[in-house]
Design a protein around this ligand. Structure first.
Ligand code: PLP
Length: 371
């Protein structure tokens, strides 16, 4: 039985009538950019993320970019970010002429290694960007202590972790900004691109609102050099249909992840992700480490059986062609290159059936990881 890595049809079919009604409503309103649905989604997401403000944006990448712009980060400034993450995290730093400083990650949680961050902080460091990779919070109390000690800002990359908690509090609410993505494969996936910033700082929120619309306030008077980073009304209206179901999606992902860990932990040659005591993951991905150089063979084995899988990410950002001569600190990284060769994500989507989950487990055992 083939098992996809993600099946959005199963998620969307039960809500199809609601989506169609929303389309009809926005279609007739002729208000297609920002507008009441964006405002309503901002309020709902701010509240969901334990934040007082939210600003709807065109993508998660643009959310990171606008956060850096609002914090005044520019040429010569250094921003600490993990090298083991999606391109958008560091691309936003480099696009502003700032320097991404590559920080290693921890081998069991895949999140930023603060001991390495301490080694790389300088008087040019302006911010740290923890990424809550695969849906699990970074150690945010330590990130906050770090930021206080060195006087730097925190931008949380929440693209994969909307709804995840640390010490019972939602991620995105710990930093100066949290950047969300509504890309279709994220836990709250839209129907195209979309993103949002959340913050508890009213002034920063206001600055982000201006920046997303060409730095304009009032109309045709430009206080900042912003851009077009606006969110569409239709996108916001459709996301509002899905938001009330988000917790149930998380619960279903968690059940899959817990079953995997329970039945795979302790098998030699394969390592399950570790969840830190204070965190509750939303499991955007369930990611195994396959040891002994067998990752690619394992992947092929899964693919031959029709079991969806993917590698997030096959190359550390410090090793990417576009960042040669741009970033700093890449030479010392050891965990990132190792993980790039060992990780593989397996199906964990909310609508997966128990039979499908068993099929995935059986494939892992059949490859040679039976106890
Ligand atoms: C998806 C993602 C982004 C970018 O979000 P987009 O909405 O695709 O621009 C940034 N960081 C991480 C970690 C992501 O997974």
């Amino acid at each position: 039985m083939p098992v996809p890595l993600l099946d959005l049809t199963r998620q969307h079919t039960p809500l199809e009538d609601e989506f169609k009604a929303v389309f009809e409503r926005v279609f007739k309103s002729n208000a297609f950019v920002l507008g009441p649905d964006v405002k309503a989604l901002e309020e709902e997401i701010a509240s969901y993320c334990d934040c007082s403000h939210a600003v709807g944006l065109s993508s998660g990448t643009d959310a990171l970019l606008v956060a850096l712009m609002a914090l005044g980060i520019g040429p010569g400034d250094e921003v600490l970010c993990p090298s083991f993450t999606f391109f958008g995290t560091a691309g936003s730093i480099a696009r502003l002429g700032a320097v991404p400083v590559w920080v290693d990650v921890l081998p069991d949680t895949f999140n930023i290694d603060l001991a390495d961050a301490i080694d790389k902080v300088t008087d040019k460091t302006k911010a740290i960007m923890p990424v809550h990779l695969y849906g699990q919070s970074a150690e945010m109390e330590c990130v906050q202590a770090f930021a206080r000690k060195f006087g730097v800002k925190i931008i949380e990359d929440v693209a994969q972790a909307i709804g995840a908690t640390y010490g019972g509090r939602k991620v995105g609410s710990f930093g100066d900004f949290g950047a969300l993505s509504f890309y279709p494969t994220k836990n709250l996936g839209g129907f195209g691109d979309g993103g949002m910033l959340v913050t508890n700082d009213a002034e920063l929120a206001e600055k982000a609102v201006w920046l997303r619309n060409h730095g304009m306030n009032p109309k045709y008077y430009h206080k900042y050099i912003g851009g077009n980073f606006r969110l569409d009304s239709l996108q916001a209206a459709l996301l509002r249909v899905k938001l009330p179901h988000l917790e149930s999606y998380h619960t279903a992902r968690r059940a899959n992840a817990e079953a995997y860990t329970e039945r795979l932990a302790g098998h030699s040659g394969v390592l399950c992700p570790r969840i830190i005591p204070k965190a509750q993951s939303v499991w955007n991905q369930y990611t195994l480490r396959i040891l002994d150089g067998k990752r690619d063979a394992f992947r092929e084995f899964l693919s031959d059986r029709g079991i969806g899988n993917d590698i997030y990410y096959p190359l550390g950002l410090h090793d990417q062609e576009c960042f040669q001569g741009i970033g700093r600190g890449g030479e010392s990284l050891t965990v990132t290159p190792m993980l790039a060769k060992e990780v593989v994500s397996i199906p964990c989507f909310p609508e997966m059936t128990v039979d499908e989950r068993e099929e995935v487990l059986k494939a892992v055992w059949d490859f040679g990881y039976a106890k």
